[in-house]
Design a protein around this ligand. Sequence first.
Ligand code: AMP
Length: 182
Amino acid sequence: MTMHQRVCVFCGSRSGHELIYAQAARDLARGLVSRNYGLVYGGGSIGLMGTLADAAIAAGGEVIGVIPESLARAEVAHDGITQLHIVTTMHERKALMAELSNGFVTLPGGLGTMEEFSEVLTWRQLGLHDKPIALLNLDGFYDRLLALYDQMQARGFMSAASRSLFTVTNSVDELLASFLRH
Ligand code: AMP
């Protein structure tokens, strides 16, 4: 990717029980900013989302948040970012996040994070976009999801081509390096 491109990051609205998750969110934010990538994310100030945005802002980066009106209170819409888009629905949120970005990164998170990751993956499977997708399998967090994908493939529900639509990395450094190759 070249300068002025933006990476969309999906991650938990909670921080998890281990500090490694927040550390990875901070490392990713700084790594993106130092490589001149803007950040697009869900616009909240809590959990890993907040940690990520705070670290990117502190590093002097561009941070664009997209939050639905209905969640602006629950996820405490961030008031210190470059730009906050307040949209009406969850669907609009994901569509705008995708439109504003040149690639997608998924950190550990919960159901919402899974939903977002699955959507950009299935959109790519359908040829609706061709942007890189990376999964950060920090400390084996997504091992069981990957095992499920292996099972889908082994039992004939997923093609090998679909399985290769995203990259899996175990560290933020590796992830940033793999993104730079795209
Ligand atoms: P979670 O991983 O559950 O902490 O959620 C991460 C983010 O995904 C939060 O900002 C959620 O509001 C968001 N989210 C959850 N479900 C959806 C959905 N269907 N469409 C868009 N965003 C969602």
